[in-house]
Design a protein around this ligand. Structure first.
Ligand code: PBG
Length: 325
């Protein structure tokens, strides 16, 4: 005879469910990605990401301050240059007066060390061809020439006040190369959140809108094939050996198995990025009245945490932080 085992006992009231919840979601776990655009008079809502804006310098400062007041753990900044400021090498990315570096300087002076200010260290927003690096004569992204550009960009971002850089271009050797460049420039305290396992995903679609990307084609020669799991462990191991301070899996929701495996092996904090398409899918279904928006958002974030993310980058960071606190 079996004893009468009833798991439902622990689900019977909100209080007991709260008592036994295994996974927590707190404002500090959430990082808000933000876009700052050059040449805007007022913030512009991104059509495919309702509720997310390309900010002016002023609206960025205001929104960032509000997000920090709501308790988010950090901010991740992306720059959107004017179309005429894009070129083949993404010069505006490393220009101290480029849109992203100006915004970093302004946020750091406004917010100091009260939050963690992160910057996307990648060229795709700044190149006229939209790739994450510089191209060879035959149009392939040139790994080692791109590292030189990333190093210039990284030093400019550190000088502008970023606490943590997010190299997201998937070039081989980027973490070690940037570590040396930062150290040589005296920025030993500036860390790297390595986009270690980053897949060539269809779910980045709305982001390309968000940054006015010029990309035609795809990123499959540098971002990973969605079919691969083991490869991510190799990428994580390499980034750790090169000095990554944290590692990331991206996107989140289609890669929760990868996230779990990275979390099980990583000796450093693990982040996951709930990307633009994941935001847009939930937003669109909610706008149609097909799902309960607020519940779906929380469930998606708890799921990403349960799969092993210490930190979740999400466009809902400020809203959810406000709801949780
Ligand atoms: C590269 C970068 C991308 C995203 C973050 N950093 C775009 C890409 O790799 O194509 C995507 C984020 C999102 O979709 O929300 N700079």
């Amino acid at each position: 005879m079996f004893p009468d085992i009833r798991p439902r006992r622990l689900r019977s009231t909100p209080a007991i469910r709260r008592l036994v919840a295994e996974t927590s979601l707190e404002p500090r776990h959430l990082v808000l990605p933000m876009f700052v655009a050059d040449g805007l008079d007022e913030p512009r809502e991104i059509v495919s990401m309702p509720g997310v804006y390309q900010h002016t310098a002023d609206s960025l400062r205001k929104a960032a301050t509000e997000a920090v007041a709501a308790g988010v753990g950090g901010l991740m900044l992306f720059g959107v240059p004017r179309p005429e400021d894009k070129d083949a090498r993404g010069s505006a990315a490393s220009d101290p007066d480029g849109v992203l570096n100006r915004a970093l300087r302004s946020l750091r002076s406004e917010l100091g060390d009260s939050t963690v200010i992160m910057a996307d260290t990648c060229l795709d927003e700044f190149t006229d061809h939209g790739h994450c690096g510089v191209l060879t004569g035959s149009g392939v992204v040139d790994n080692d020439a791109t590292l030189e550009r990333y190093a210039e960009m990284a030093v400019a971002q550190a000088e502008a006040g970023a606490h943590l850089l997010g190299p997201s271009g998937m070039m081989d050797g980027q973490i070690g190369f940037l570590r040396s460049a930062l150290d040589e420039a005296g920025h030993t305290e500036v860390g790297q959140l390595a986009y270690s396992a980053k897949y060539a995903s269809a779910f980045y679609g709305p982001f390309r809108d968000a940054v006015g990307s010029s990309l035609e084609g795809d990123r499959r020669t540098y971002q990973q094939d969605p079919a691969n799991r083991r490869e991510s462990m190799h990428e994580v191991d390499l980034d750790l050996a090169e000095g990554a301070d944290m590692v990331m899996v991206k996107p989140a929701m289609s890669y929760l198995d990868v996230l779990r495996e990275v979390a099980d092996r990583s000796p450093v904090p693990v982040a996951a990025y709930q990307i633009s398409g994941e935001y847009s899918m939930i937003s669109a279904a909610a706008q149609k009245g097909w799902i309960d928006r607020d519940a779906a958002i929380l469930e998606s974030l708890v799921g990403i945490r349960r799969a092993g993310a210490d930190i979740v980058l999400t466009y809902w960071a400020a809203e959810v932080a406000g709801r949780l606190s």
